[in-house]
Structure formats: C-alpha cells, structure tokens
Design a protein around this ligand. Sequence first.
Ligand code: FES
Ligand code: FES
Length: 156
Amino acid sequence: MNTTVKISINGEPYEENIPNRMLLVDFIREVAMLTGTHVGCTYEGVCGACTIQLDGEAMKSCLMLAVQAEGHEITTVEGLAKDGELTPLQKSFNEHHALQCGYCTPGILMNMDEFIKKNPNPTEAEIRHGLVGNLCRCTGYAHIVEAVKDAAEKSA
Ligand code: FES
Ligand code: FES
C-alpha cells in the first residue's frame, strides 16, 4: 500500500507517493538522493550513521517510517553548511582530524550539532555520553571529543 507524503528536507519540499513501509533513511537516500546520510548497521538502530534532525531533534532515520515525517522539517548533513560556509562544528572536525574513513561522521555531526545547542559548555564526560549512540570504528573518539569541545567553546 502506498501513501503520498509531503516532507521538507533542508528547506526543500518533497511530495512523493511511496510505500507505507519505506524507512525515512531510504526516503532520504533513494528518493531525495541525499546520500550523506549513511546506513551502517542494516537498520538495527545501533550505529547512528543514519542520524538526522527532525524539527531540530537528532534521531536515527532507520528507526522511523517516512510517512511519520509527513509535515516535519528534516535536516541532513547536506543542510548544515549555509551558502558554502561550514558550521563551527564541521570546521572543528576538520581542524582536529576527527575522522578517518568518515563513514560515521555525518551521523555524529547531526547528533553533536543538536547536542552543543542544548549543552553549550559540555564536559568531556558529557560529550562522551552524548556520543553513545554513534559508533566509530576508526578514531578511538579522542579527536571527536576534542573537536566537539572546541566547537562548543567557539559557538558559546
Ligand atoms: S543505520 Fe545504524 S542506526 Fe540507523
Ligand atoms: S571515522 Fe571511520 S567509522 Fe568513524
């Protein structure tokens, strides 16, 4: 069974007739063709690579149906930079070498973008707790934590 949904992604309106069981991550990647949102754990809600923001709240887009996003504003990693200007968090990831393969990075950016807005002066422990839903198999997290802390200080 199909339904026509209206979803806004990064300010762009999409109106599509889709299967009711289509996951939001598949809508983002295969309908909107925004492939910065990744799938890392075959839709089990474990890795966090698919993290997006729904009305500004970070969430895993593999745990939600696309039809549930009807009428909501989705932000993906492609929507963070404005007019080609990276956010302080994105610049900080670059400056602190907070990635290796980069597969986890979009999800971590979407999660930590919301995190530092709600926690403008986080401790290292708070950042590490905030990252529990995002798995990175490359970095050991140390540079990610440094990048988030630095970005929070520069954004405050
Ligand atoms: S794909 Fe791993 S949490 Fe969504
Ligand atoms: S940088 Fe490779 S998984 Fe995080």
